[in-house]
Design a protein. Structure first.
Length: 206
C-alpha cells in the first residue's frame, strides 16, 4: 500500500474507531506505568470495539470485548488489593516456563476448536487467527490483572497477529494501534522487569 493509499484509508476511519484507538492507547500507557486508571480506559475502549468488531464479522473479537469489560472490573479490584489485604500494592511476579508452556498448549487447543466450530463466513485463516488472538488475549489480560511479568511477551506476539487481522478486515486505525501496542509491550516488559529488580533489595533488607 502506497503512502497516498494509507492516508486515504486513515481519512476514511470512523470517529468511533479513532475514539476506541485513543482510549485503548491510554489504557496501555497507563498499564505500563502500573497506574490503576488504566482499567477505566480499558472498559471504555472495549465498549466501542465490541460494536466495531461485530460489524466486521469478527465474532471471537466481539466476544473478547465482553471479557475485557469484565476483566477491567477485576483488574481494578485486584490492583487495589481487593482480593486480600496482602495484595495491596500488588508486586510484579514471574511464572516458571513449565506453567507458560501448559498455558500455550491450552490456548492452541481452544483456538483450534473454536476456529473449526465457527460458523463465520470469513476465510478459514481469518477464523483461526481470530480465535487464537481472542483466546490468547483472554489469558494475557488475566496475567496483566495478576501482574505476571510475562504477560508482555504474550502481547508482543498477539498484538502483531491482531494487527494483520484487523488490517485484512479494513480496520486500518485499529491495525496501526496494534503495531504500536507491540512496540509498547516491549517497553512494558522492560519496565515491569525493572520493578522486580528494584523490589528485591527491599525484600532482602526486610
Amino acid at each position: 500500500m502506497s503512502l497516498r493509499q494509507l492516508l486515504d484509508a486513515a481519512a476514511a476511519v470512523s470517529p468511533a474507531e479513532w475514539t476506541g484507538v485513543g482510549l485503548a492507547l491510554a489504557y496501555l500507557v497507563l498499564a505500563v506505568r502500573q497506574h490503576i486508571a488504566c482499567w477505566l480506559f480499558a472498559a471504555s475502549s472495549s465498549v466501542i470495539f465490541l460494536w466495531l468488531f461485530a460489524r466486521a464479522d469478527l465474532l471471537m473479537q466481539s466476544a473478547l470485548q465482553v471479557f475485557y469489560i469484565a476483566m477491567a472490573a477485576y483488574g481494578w479490584y485486584s490492583w487495589r488489593g481487593g482480593l486480600s489485604a496482602a495484595q495491596a500494592s500488588q508486586p510484579v511476579v514471574r511464572w516458571p516456563v513449565k506453567r507458560h508452556l501448559a498455558a500455550a498448549g491450552g490456548i492452541a487447543l481452544l483456538s483450534a476448536a473454536s476456529g473449526w466450530l465457527s460458523n463465520s463466513e470469513t476465510a478459514a485463516a481469518v477464523r483461526y487467527i481470530d480465535s487464537l488472538t481472542a483466546w490468547g488475549s483472554v489469558f494475557a489480560t488475566w496475567l496483566v490483572a495478576r501482574k505476571v511479568l510475562e504477560n508482555w511477551l504474550y502481547w508482543i506476539v498477539l498484538d502483531s497477529l491482531a494487527a494483520g487481522l484487523y488490517w485484512s478486515q479494513g480496520l486500518i486505525a485499529t491495525a496501526l494501534l496494534f503495531v504500536l501496542y507491540a512496540a509498547i509491550a516491549v517497553q512494558g516488559y522492560r519496565s515491569w522487569r525493572s520493578s522486580i529488580a528494584a523490589s528485591q533489595p527491599r525484600a532482602a533488607a526486610a
